[in-house]
Every structure is written in C-alpha cells, then in structure tokens.
Design a protein around this ligand. Structure first.
Ligand code: CTP
Ligand code: CA
Length: 222
C-alpha cells in the first residue's frame, strides 16, 4: 500500500518509461524476442507515480498489471514502440528506457505460416531503429536514462552508450551475475553518469533500485 512518507519530488514532471521485450513477428505463428519480464520498468513507473510524476509506460508484452496512477500504452514491435515513444516524448521531461528492444526484425513478414521445406532455413533480419539514440539527438532539456544489459566489459560498453545516445546516465547490469537481470525481483546494478561517476550498487529489490534511479534523476533536474 501507499507509503505515507513517500517524498513528492516529481510533482509536475512527465516521465516516460519503457518496459518489457519487443516482439518481432516472422509469420502469424512465430516471433523473435528478448528475455525481459518488464519488472524493472514497471517498478520505475510505479515508484515515479508514487513520487508525484505523471507517468506514461510504453510496454511490450508482460505478465504484469499496470501500476496505479500510470497510463500504459501496449505495443508489440520495436517499430510500434518507436512511434509511441516519439509521441509521448514531446511532452516528457524525463525518459527512462528499461525496455529490451530487439535490435533486428525479420526482413519480411509472411502473411501465411512458413511451411518447412529443406534441412535448414536461413532468416534475413534487418536493423530496427535505435529509439534511445533518436531521442538523444532531440534531447532538449530532458533527462535521458538508458539501461545496458551486458555479459562482459560492462563499464566500457556503458560509457560508449552514454556518449553514442547522449544520455545523462545508464544503469548497467551484468546478465551473468546471480541476482541480477531479468526474471527475478532483485538486481545488481552499476550506475554510470555522463560526468564519469561510477556507482556500484549492492544487490537490492527492483523497487529499491527504482527509488535509487529516481533519486539520481532528481539530482540531474537541479
Ligand atoms: N535501445 C533502444 N532502441 C534500440 C535498442 C536499444 O532504445 N533499438 C535502448 C534500450 O532500451 C536501452 C539502451 O538502448 O535503454 C541500451 O540497449 P542495449 O541493447 O544494451 O544497447 P544497444 O545500443 O542495442 O547495443 P548492443 O545491443 O549492441 O550492446
Ligand atoms: Ca541491443
């Protein structure tokens, strides 16, 4: 239930959060996707609403209920996410991109089921738009926060993504550390900001990490 002592430091701010996987259809029966429960993005949306923000949550398919006080827009593909995000971006002050966006989609969407033929099948994939990079190019005065899921060289790759996408900070987590990443209720994250500050966080609940991320956003608002 509502924490009575919850600070109201996001009143008057519109926060756009993306969460969950994208789903890229191959034919009416098959798709390509990423592992993502959506829990991290939903925790951020929920906590941001409790702290007084107006929250738009653009979400791929998940098993999660829409948090109280949050406006959810359901999408399937990266292209659909891109369009929904660009529209909500106009009025947003803060964007937090926790979604696991598919980098590629099948080059052709078959209207009918693909029948099996030979012993092997080659799929041709094409690049999806980089949503966060497009936002970074039109950032204005907004705060932009990315996520990075890596299996190696976490800090180095995160720093490259901050630069490439014009982010204020990135939340990086290792997918090979126990207690981190998708599916679970906890996360072990490293927050790296555009000024080069690196903060290694201990294992904590996704709700606690959401509070931490929003605290960091507030410092960038000032
Ligand atoms: N992202 C996005 N649009 C994409 C791909 C990624 O907006 N088409 C966002 C993710 O939501 C995340 C951040 O960019 O906040 C980093 O995603 P990640 O997959 O770690 O990085 P990529 O830039 O896709 O690079 P790579 O997968 O090659 O490591
Ligand atoms: Ca990617």
């Amino acid at each position: 239930f509502m924490n009575q002592k919850q600070k109201q430091d996001l009143v008057g701010k519109h926060i756009l959060v993306t969460a969950g996987p994208t789903v890229e259809a191959l034919d009416p029966m098959r798709y390509l996707t990423n592992h993502s429960s959506g829990k991290m993005g939903y925790a951020i949306a929920e906590v941001a609403a409790r702290r007084g923000a107006k929250v738009t949550l653009i979400s791929g398919p998940t098993q999660l209920a829409c948090p109280i006080g949050v406006k959810r827009i359901a999408i399937q593909s990266a292209k659909e996410m891109y369009e929904a995000v660009l529209e909500a971006f106009e009025t947003s002050d803060i964007v937090i991109k926790a979604a696991a966006v598919a980098d590629y989609r099948p080059a052709t969407l078959n209207t009918h089921k693909i029948k099996k033929t030979g012993d092997d099948l080659t799929l041709t994939l094409v690049r999806n738009p980089d949503i966060l990079k497009a936002l970074g190019q039109n950032k204005g005065g907004r705060i932009l926060v990315g996520f990075a899921a890596e299996t190696q060289n976490i800090e180095e790759y995160a720093k490259q993504k901050i630069k490439n996408k014009n982010l204020d900070f990135i939340v990086a987590n290792s997918l090979i550390t126990e207690g981190a990443g998708f599916g679970g209720d906890t996360n072990i994250a490293t927050i790296i900001d555009r000024l080069g500050e690196v903060e290694h966080l201990e294992k904590m609940s996704k709700t606690a990490l959401a509070q931490h991320i929003l605290d960091k956003v507030v410092t960038f608002l000032k």
